[in-house]
Design a protein around this ligand. Structure first.
Ligand code: PAP
Length: 323
């Protein structure tokens, strides 16, 4: 604990590391290139802190994603699966807490409070850290890792809307064409997205018992199949009896965009966010549309084609595609 406290109390260490890194000033906040991926300074501090201090406990489960790929949904699903026999359905914390407040982020919540764990001391963690930069205690363990990915076109559009909400000044200095260009070049928070996705994809092929790779679009199209697969993978399989009682469907409904986005906590609540003026972010910023293909409402077909071409090139030979 002393080493944790020391590291927390010596932000200069982070400043020293960060000040030597390549910097991109294209977005309003500068991004720093660390181990092949771009970060905002405060998140990078959390990544380094986790790398230096995080100790995996047996049974820990890690929910990993590139931002805007379905993190909130995956958190809700995993939380609902793990807690289904712990809470009465009418008192599940998901009904009164934003999913991000049910499953802590490694590089944010753990950095702020190393003693943190989810409600009820659950072993669920989430992170946007790329596979190659995960704390060694995670990759050296046999703990389960679940990764959710999403079509880059929808991810970019989701990110664009989110950042507009995050920064009330509407992206001062970063028009959408420029943001798109930066994104295509890989310069976005935790980007390049393709490298992020490939890191986990390869890990899922090499260590299929440890890493489960899910696509947002597949989860949307066949929620029952993927929910059962997820539950089994993380060690909380649904029994035949539970299936016949309709528990699978109930979890899907509880975690559906429609249900979660209409809960009071997610309509009007706020959560702490260091990036926002006043330090609070509206919970509804994490629930916008939750649809496949919404990119068509913001990007031109040329922009869509450009992202598709990059995706095809980057993922070529990997066996991974976005349908
Ligand atoms: P984060 O990385 O900041 O946590 P994340 O949850 O990964 O964000 O992504 C947010 C997207 O997931 C939003 O997509 P959109 O902008 O295209 O609408 C959000 O609407 C969507 N989302 C949130 N909850 C759900 C859900 N329960 N089912 C499906 N999609 C969801």
């Amino acid at each position: 604990m002393d080493s944790i406290k020391e590291a927390q109390d010596s932000p200069k260490t982070y400043e020293d590391i960060i000040s030597t890194l390549p910097k991109d000033n294209g977005w309003k906040k500068p991004l720093y290139l660390y181990q092949g991926f771009w970060y905002i300074a405060f998140q990078l501090e959390g990544v380094i802190f986790a790398q230096q201090n995080f100790q995996t406990q047996p049974g820990d489960i890690f929910l990993c994603s590139f931002p805007k790929s379905g993190t909130t949904w995956l958190k809700a699903l995993a939380f609902a699966i793990v807690t289904r026999n712990r809470f009465d359905p009418s008192s599940n914390p998901l009904l009164t807490k934003q999913p991000h407040d049910c499953v802590p982020f490694l590089e944010m919540d753990y950095f702020e409070n190393p003693a943190i764990s989810g409600p009820g001391g659950l072993s669920l963690w989430a992170t946007h850290i790329p596979y190659a930069s995960l704390p060694k205690s995670i990759t050296d363990s046999s703990c389960k890792i679940v990764y959710i990915c999403r079509d880059p076109k929808d991810v970019f559009v989701s990110l664009w809307h989110y950042l507009n909400k995050l920064r009330a000044d509407k992206f001062e200095g970063t028009p959408i064409e420029r943001a798109f260009e930066l994104y295509c070049n890989g310069s976005s928070l935790y980007g390049p997205q393709w490298d992020h996705v490939l890191g986990y994809w390869k890990a899922s092929l090499e260590r299929p018992n440890q890493v489960l790779f899910i696509q947002y679009e597949d989860m949307k199209k066949d929620s029952i199949f993927h929910l059962k697969k997820l539950a089994e993978f993380i060690g909380y399989p649904l029994s035949l009896e539970e299936e016949s009682e309709g528990r699978v469907q109930k979890i899907i409904e509880l975690c559906s965009f429609e249900n979660l986005s209409n809960l009071e906590v997610n309509k009007t609540g706020k959560r702490t966010h260091r990036e926002v003026e006043g330090g609070k972010m509206d919970n509804n910023a994490y629930f916008r549309k939750g649809e496949i293909g919404d990119w068509k409402n913001l990007l031109t077909s040329e922009m869509g084609e450009k992202l598709d071409n990059i995706t095809e090139k980057k993922l070529s030979g990997s066996g991974l595609t976005f349908s």
